[in-house]
Design a protein around this ligand. Structure first.
Ligand code: CMP
Length: 139
């Protein structure tokens, strides 16, 4: 079924001017960008977005990283978009990511890993709503 997922081009990538190259990889894989904006995340937004990781040792570092530079938040649409996007991103740890994936090509480390993508339909729905209103998504 046609599905939507939520993606972030993270600070390590925007800082290195990789917005276009990463978006091209998503598009080449068949994902369509149906919403996109460049924002500077507030601390409150980052903490709320990553609430499920609260209490983990990397939480404070993750929040500080996500607010350190602008990010691009996007809604992507395709058949099986959630799984497809995760395949194109590659594993969280770039050392384990497959050849040709975004993280293999661009990620610097486990934390500076260039992109985020929703991991389930429930997360996708929550994450899309967290950053976009319905009228900002144009399919
Ligand atoms: P993301 O998909 O954005 O969701 C949670 C993020 O936490 C993840 O990508 C990584 O960037 C980060 N993360 C997960 N595990 C670790 C870890 N062990 N050390 C540092 N950062 C991590």
């Amino acid at each position: 079924a046609i599905e939507r997922t939520f993606s972030i081009i993270k600070p390590d990538a925007t800082k290195r001017n990789l917005t276009g190259k990463i978006t091209a990889k998503l598009e080449e894989a068949g994902l369509r960008v149906v919403a996109s904006k460049r924002i500077r995340m507030s601390k409150e937004q980052a903490e709320g977005f990553y609430a499920e990781h609260q209490g983990k040792p990397f939480f404070a570092g993750l929040v500080n990283f996500m607010i350190s530079e602008p990010v691009i938040v996007q809604v992507l649409e395709s058949e099986n978009a959630i799984l497809l996007n995760r395949e194109v991103m590659g594993k969280t740890n770039p050392e384990e990511a497959d050849e040709g994936t975004i993280r293999k090509e661009f990620a610097l480390s486990m934390s500076e890993n260039s992109v985020h993508g929703s991991d389930s339909p429930e997360s996708a729905a929550r994450e899309i709503q967290f950053f976009f209103s319905d009228d900002e998504i144009v399919g």
